[in-house]
Ligand binder design. Structure first.
Ligand SMILES: Cc1cc2nc3c(=O)[nH]c(=O)nc-3n(C[C@H](O)[C@H](O)[C@H](O)COP(=O)(O)O)c2cc1C
Length: 397
């Protein structure tokens, strides 16, 4: 990225240290959910009183708790936020053709992605600066993942260190924004490898920053006490909202080839919306494709991610797993994504909102609500496994 990073605000107080995480062991392990949906609700998702009962509920609750400029940074997107809205609306336009007469006995939602079996087909998308929401930031989210065997991904511009996240025991991927110095990129990759990360997500849709007008209006900059934990603070230009000229000013296919050669980990190529780009990414050694429009934060009026998925899935034709993010808010969204060719999805903003609302417990509730909704969607659609989530499940699919 050049003078701007996809999600890199400048620091108000560059001298302020990132609080170091006190990593606790994971809080035990949930068995993958199975059986009928009421069991799933019993097992995990137990909202009480005024607790949120669906992922979208967390947004207003988080915004009510956060300083307005921080909430706007999490919720906002580029320009007129057309794509942000369309990511949600495009899921809402889909209609199921559910199967009847299918028992729920033996229903399971687990999937295998890059050599690891996941209990349910979602993971956490890479997002910057979780500590804007909670003092424990990424570490709290990773602990909630560890307790449920979900995969966490840490952003290059995260506010917790690669090592502190690793100490939670969560299965983990590292997302790379290329820095302008190949040596520093190698250092980040080596740290991620040494700390047991299992994949690298190379984000290729954010060489320069989308125009986030909410942030311009609020004059968003980093509050003191929150910093970038894995890139040098000196690399952030003081007083400049987004300034950092240490990011690579462009992302090219040569960069992807370089990253593939620089790490022994599988490389997930993030930001794919076109069939030809998906094929190119795999031809250059990408191990998986992440269909995403960055939650509408980059090029406004880009196609909704779910609308881009079918053509990408046709072109990839089973060569590699496809992950989809941008707009996942419901269990039915997960099922739609699987039916249209995704192996699994990534959960974005709801993670940050639930973290702001209730720390580790809030994130756990969000995960459990989504898990229970996925199970319910499978049962009601007559789908007993991800393999049965085929296109005929959707009108016009
Ligand atoms: C506040 C925020 C920060 C983000 N930071 C990053 C990042 O550092 N790296 C990255 O690859 N994507 C980043 N993303 C994009 C997410 O990985 C994901 O693509 C997006 O959140 C999906 O849209 P949704 O949250 O509306 O579902 C960020 C998104 C948000 C909302």
């Amino acid at each position: 990225m050049s003078s701007a990073s996809g999600d890199v605000p400048g620091q108000r107080d560059p001298a302020s240290a990132t609080p170091s995480a006190s990593a606790k062991p994971p809080a035990g392990s949930h068995a993958p959910t199975g059986g009928a949906s009421f069991d799933a609700w019993e097992q995990g998702a137990k909202p009480s009183g005024s607790d949120p009962i669906r992922l979208a509920d967390f947004e207003a609750l988080a915004l009510a708790k956060m300083p307005p400029e921080l909430g706007a940074y999490y919720s906002g997107a580029a320009n007129d936020e057309v794509t942000l809205a369309d990511n949600i609306a495009a899921f809402g336009r889909r209609r199921f053709l559910p199967r009847i007469g299918v028992g729920v006995e033996g229903r399971g939602t687990s999937v295998e992605v890059l050599g690891r079996r996941w209990p349910t087909p979602f993971m956490v998308a890479p997002m910057s600066l979780h500590r804007l929401a909670d003092p424990e930031g990424e570490v709290a989210v990773a602990r909630a993942c560890a307790a449920r065997n979900l995969v966490f991904s840490l952003s290059t511009v995260g506010s917790s260190t690669i090592e502190d996240v690793a100490s939670t025991g969560a299965a983990r991927w590292f997302q790379l924004y290329l820095l302008d110095d190949p040596g520093r990129n190698r250092e980040l990759l080596a740290r991620a490898e040494a700390a047991g990360y299992e994949a690298i997500i190379l984000t290729m849709d954010a060489p320069i920053l989308g125009r986030r007008e909410r942030d311009i209006r609020t004059g968003f900059s980093l509050p003191s006490g929150v910093g970038y934990a894995n890139i040098r603070r000196g690399a952030i230009k003081r007083g400049d909202t987004y300034g950092d000229d240490a990011f690579k000013p462009e992302n090219t296919w040569d960069d992807l080839a370089w990253v593939v050669g620089a790490t022994r980990l599988p490389v997930v190529v993030k930001g794919v919306l076109r069939a030809d780009d998906a094929v190119h990414a795999l031809d250059l050694g990408g191990a998986a494709v992440n269909v995403s429009n960055h939650g509408g934060r980059q090029l406004d009026q880009s196609i909704a991610a779910i609308d881009a998925l079918p053509a990408v899935a046709d072109a990839v034709a089973g060569r590699a797993p496809i992950l989809l993010d941008s707009g996942i808010r419901r269990g039915t969204d997960v099922l739609i994504a699987l039916a249209l060719g995704a192996r699994a999805v990534m959960l974005g903003r709801p993670v940050l909102w639930s973290l702001a609302w209730g720390g580790e417990r809030g994130v756990g509730l969000a995960f459990d609500l989504l898990t229970a909704e996925v199970n319910l969607a499978f049962d009601l659609a007559g789908v007993r496994s991800p393999a049965e989530a085929s296109r005929d499940l959707l009108v016009g699919g």
